[in-house]
Ligand binder design. Structure first.
Ligand code: HSE
Length: 431
């Protein structure tokens, strides 16, 4: 078979990793694809000198190159990248991208344009780096009704939480290390505030539930306010704090949320540390399945990019209707179910408050929760620090609706015996 020519746009961490993997494993890749994969054109704004390959500083030259069959978009961002991808599609090229923001925010439009042109858009590397989670949900679990999924899908955030817990390291210090290692986003607030994880969660939820991509509906809460006290108290109660993306089908619609979460420490996913990612998917037929691996970095991400290139190369001449649909479900079968407002979600909660150490305080707090229909599952009062009259009071609640819990918290904060704000972290049993 004739070689398939690819054009790579962006020669940063992932771009360089992709070139290296394609070159190192070229024989195996050709044996799998059924044809050789040639890098025929690279677009890199700073230029590059790679023997035998045309390099353009104008990345759009790759989208205009008639020899290129598959354009590999690795520049990131949502402005130039969107224009580039749409240009490539308009020119009849297939696209492979690692760009989660692009797919989460503009995927509906990109897939519509690609369907018109009859070309593929593959994006395995957009979620959880090297873990083939998109293929697993889209194809491996295709016989299931997927009930929920939960993932640690930002390596930088997980690295920060792990180092804080294990080594008591400072938040900023660990973030700098993640940046130096090439894990963090260009704007690291995307990592720590949950935006990067929300991009990935939105993609997974669409694949799992057959809903259109709806990034603007996802709830995000970051990890920058997590204190070492909460990490420690959670441990004492048998939990780990993880920055989790949760998508769940409920009677009210689909829950789509990223936030710090207490998870029972005996769950495998609670023990995923450092830059590693993991996604737990609950299907009605298969039960729980867990996918684990490197969620960022040059070659783990390149592993997913190259797998997509092989998939697309194999089906270049296949009629579009015989290809796996972009979002797992046929485009006309996508179902626009409502996304549940965060105030209406249901989960359990960890509460920490600073209480006066005197009789009646505990029962007042328990009474407020009980009036709101919220049961107390566990309660612990810590020792007062030397000379302090206030003591930390930790409560684990039953599952309840968020707005009921929020009203109860306001009442608790209004008590004379409670000082300052109540810290609230959601709890998921993932059972
Ligand atoms: N910044 C991302 C992370 C890179 O830390 O997971 C991979 O998407």
């Amino acid at each position: 078979m004739n070689p398939v020519n690819i054009g790579i746009c962006g020669l940063g961490t992932v771009g360089q990793g992709t070139v290296d993997v394609l070159r190192r494993n070229c024989a195996e890749i050709a044996a799998r694809a059924g044809c050789s994969i040639e890098i025929s054109h690279i677009g890199a704004r700073r230029g590059a000198d790679i023997d035998g390959i045309t390099v353009s500083t104008d990345i759009f030259a790759v989208a205009e190159d008639s020899h290129v069959h598959i354009l590999v978009e690795l520049i990131g961002g949502t402005t130039v990248a969107k224009e580039l991808v749409l240009k490539a599609i308009a020119n009849g090229k297939h696209v492979v991208t690692a760009n989660k923001a692009l797919i989460a925010e503009h995927g509906n439009e990109i897939f519509a344009a690609a369907a018109e042109q009859g070309v593929s858009v593959a994006f395995e590397a957009a979620v959880a780096g090297g873990i083939p989670i998109i293929k697993a949900i889209r194809e491996g679990l295709a016989g299931n009704r997927i009930e929920w999924l939960a993932g640690i899908i930002n390596g930088t955030g997980n690295f920060i939480l792990s180092e804080m817990r294990d080594k008591g390291r400072d938040f900023d210090d660990v973030l700098k290390e993640a940046q130096a290692l090439g894990y963090a986003e260009a704007d690291p607030t995307f990592d720590v505030e949950g935006i990067d994880a929300a991009h990935k969660l939105v993609i997974l939820a669409s694949l799992a539930f057959g809903i259109p991509l709806q990034f603007d509906q996802a709830y995000t809460e970051g990890i920058s306010k997590i204190s070492t006290d909460d990490v420690e108290y959670a441990e004492q109660l048998g939990y780990r704090i993880k920055h989790l993306g949760v998508a769940r089908q409920t009677d009210k619609g689909v829950e789509l949320r990223v936030h710090p979460t207490l998870i029972p420490d005996q769950r495998l996913i609670a023990n995923v540390n450092g830059v590693m990612n993991a996604v737990l998917v609950q299907g009605d037929a298969v039960g729980p399945t867990l996918y684990y691996g490197a969620g960022a970095g040059a070659e783990p991400t390149a592993s997913a990019v190259v797998a997509d290139i092989i998939d697309v190369a194999r089906t270049l001449n296949v009629e579009p209707k015989h290809r796996v649909p972009y979002l797992a479900f046929q485009p006309n079968a996508l179902n626009d179910r409502p996304i549940v407002d965060i105030n209406d979600i249901e989960t359990a909660y960890y509460l920490r408050m600073s209480a006066q150490d005197k009789p009646g305080v505990l029962s007042n707090v328990a009474q407020i929760l009980s009036n709101a229909g919220i049961s107390v599952e566990a309660i612990t009062q810590k020792e007062a620090a030397d000379g302090e009259l206030q003591v930390p009071l930790i409560i684990l609640t039953s599952r309840s609706v968020e707005n009921q819990l929020v009203s109860a918290i306001s009442e608790i904060e209004a008590l004379d015996t409670i000082e300052g704000e109540v810290t609230r972290i959601r709890v998921e049993s993932l059972g």
